[in-house]
Design a protein around this ligand. Sequence first.
Ligand code: FMN
Length: 327
Amino acid sequence: MKTKPGFPGFIILSGAFVILLVLSVCGQEGQSPKYRDGVYQGTSRGYIDDVTVELKITNGRIESVTVVKHGETAPQNAPLLIPEQIVSRQGIEGVDAVSGATSTSKAILDATGKALEKAAVDQPSPAPTIIPQKEDKHMKKSLGANHFTPSPVWVIGSYDKEGKPNVMTAAWVGICCSDPPCVTISLRKATYTYGNIMERKAYTVNLPSEEFLKQTDYFGLVSGRDTDKFKATDLTPVKSELVDAPYVKEFPLILECQLVHSYEAGLHTMFIGEIKDVKADESILGPNGLPDMAKLKPFMYLPKDSNYYRMGEKIGKGFSVGKEITR
Ligand SMILES: Cc1cc2nc3c(=O)[nH]c(=O)nc-3n(C[C@H](O)[C@H](O)[C@H](O)COP(=O)(O)O)c2cc1C
């Protein structure tokens, strides 16, 4: 015959139940996880080939086990049934082998055991995988919209309204057409030379050699508006026979140009001049009758660091060294 507990007995039983409940909850909560979260792999030898499993641990629990590779010919349902059991038992202990696939079952269990070893919290943390970053030397850094390119240095010769010869240094110079041969120079309106060219429709482009570095720099420092730059440097203006402009006698290479176009580019006006003739000192010509760079000794200007640089030695033949790639 069952007897109902009296009031004190009921209180004792309820209290014990609450204590047990609290202990059990605390026990679960307080248990530190056995496994670290992550994905781990393990491999073991099956009947025919290796069996690899992938184990996913989430919140310290085995969330899934997947056989990612096996070469067994008769695995039965082992790749499905064994993982199911492992997940439900949260481990490999007590998992039954699938009949007819004992070796495969054992291999799956063994591989899972190895993966669990890796996941175990008392294992040292696997070293982080460091993917080596490939160094890219061509990674470009923006320098802003500006002019940074090195340019050969030239001196522009012109006459003013009264016929006074003037010279100014210019780096914004370049060949712009080969037939008819043309050269472009870009000048600010503020230069005295600008007005001279507008007036006379002609100019010379003179190439100084290194020995005239100082004079060339000077030509860019002062204006012909208030100075006679030829007199100040003891250089000699020679009137071109082909165009209405003077050239610098002492400079080794000169281009005599007739103005054919002008274009407003912004701060600078581009003048395009047809080259009527190129004249050179014989002393700078090579055995082939052409200017020899080693004798000419032109120099470059690098705008943003404001320095002049010597031009280098010959490094290869144009329209030739690249042929190797066309083969
Ligand atoms: C290395 C160098 C390059 C120069 N390049 C140019 C140029 O391409 N265009 C320009 O307008 N001024 C350029 N200048 C500035 C002119 O040479 C300078 O304003 C000169 O005083 C103008 O002379 P002018 O007033 O007698 O014509 C350059 C100056 C130097 C030192």
